[in-house]
Design a protein around this ligand. Structure first.
Ligand code: ZN
Ligand code: ZN
Length: 277
């Protein structure tokens, strides 16, 4: 069977499954009376397990499709990515669960926003807002992480993966994942009425997009792989990079980054090898 069909089918299953799990267990009881520490610990355990499972499976599919040889160097790189990545997912889940248990119930939208009163129009404008919000803040939070102090103490962990794989999308310093994704999304929930399921949908969307970016293949829509090769280009969505003049321009980089996984890339035509040419 065509590899692409298997990939898309697995994507659908893997992305929908955690969404359902969250909706049944989390948002049905999310109020102050029921927010007890035992439930919190249970949720952190269950959802970090599901999240890590999803991370490993979907990233493995990307890696299976990636034309780079699975040599010792690449496998060492993946092992290191998984070490940071699994820790990061556990921390992100814990952070978000604490937010939903102890912060979100105080938010003024919370009682109004039961699943039944959740209209299509609200869904539409919430999603547009989330798209703009995450595109703008995602770009700027990342750029701020490139300021000297933050780069040295936080963001350099992520950039230690110069030629990342899909597994590396969340291989960061603990502070980075939490501020770049979770805090940005939860802040939006405090500003306008956004149902947690919309946040989750966006979280999944960002996750898959980020995996594609770090895989560096044909689905790397905002050319994030080159951000790892050249550091100061392609910080976020291409719209933002074009607007702020940080999009990659081959004229500025006459000396191309070297591919450490293969000897020669001359005859390779796959999307990922084009990033080195
Ligand atoms: Zn960066
Ligand atoms: Zn990255």
């Amino acid at each position: 069977m065509n590899k692409n069909i298997i990939l898309y089918a697995l994507f659908l299953v893997l992305c929908v499954q955690p969404t359902k799990a969250y909706s049944v267990f989390d948002f049905g009881y999310s109020d102050l009376e029921n927010a007890n520490p035992t439930q919190l610990v249970y949720n952190i355990g269950v959802y970090s397990f599901l999240g890590i499972l999803q991370y490993l499976l979907v990233s493995a599919i990307f890696e299976w499709k990636n034309p780079m040889p699975k040599n010792k160097l690449r496998m060492e790189n993946i092992k290191r990515e998984i070490k940071y990545g699994t820790t990061q997912i556990f921390l992100q889940v814990a952070y978000s669960m604490i937010f939903y248990h102890y912060v979100y119930p105080y938010c003024q939208w919370y009682r109004y926003y039961t699943i039944n009163s959740y209209g299509l129009l609200n869904f539409g404008y919430g999603m547009v807002f989330l798209y703009i919000w995450t595109t703008v803040l995602g770009y700027w939070v990342h750029r701020i992480f490139h300021f000297r102090f933050l780069y040295k103490h936080v963001h350099s962990v992520h950039h230690s993966f110069r030629e990342p794989t899909a597994f590396g999308y969340c291989a960061t310093h603990p502070l980075e994942g939490i501020s770049e994704v979770n805090t940005v999304l939860h802040l939006a929930e405090l500003i306008i009425p956004i149902h947690p399921l919309m946040t989750l949908f966006f979280f999944e969307y960002i996750t898959v997009n980020e995996m594609m970016g770090h895989d560096g293949g044909e689905y790397d829509h905002s050319d994030h792989y080159r951000h790892h090769l050249y550091y100061v280009v392609n910080y976020g969505d291409t719209i933002m990079d074009e607007f702020f003049g940080t999009v990659y321009n081959s004229k500025n980089y006459p000396i191309k980054a070297k591919c450490t996984y293969v000897e020669s890339i001359e005859d390779r035509t796959e999307a990922i090898f084009m990033k080195y040419k």
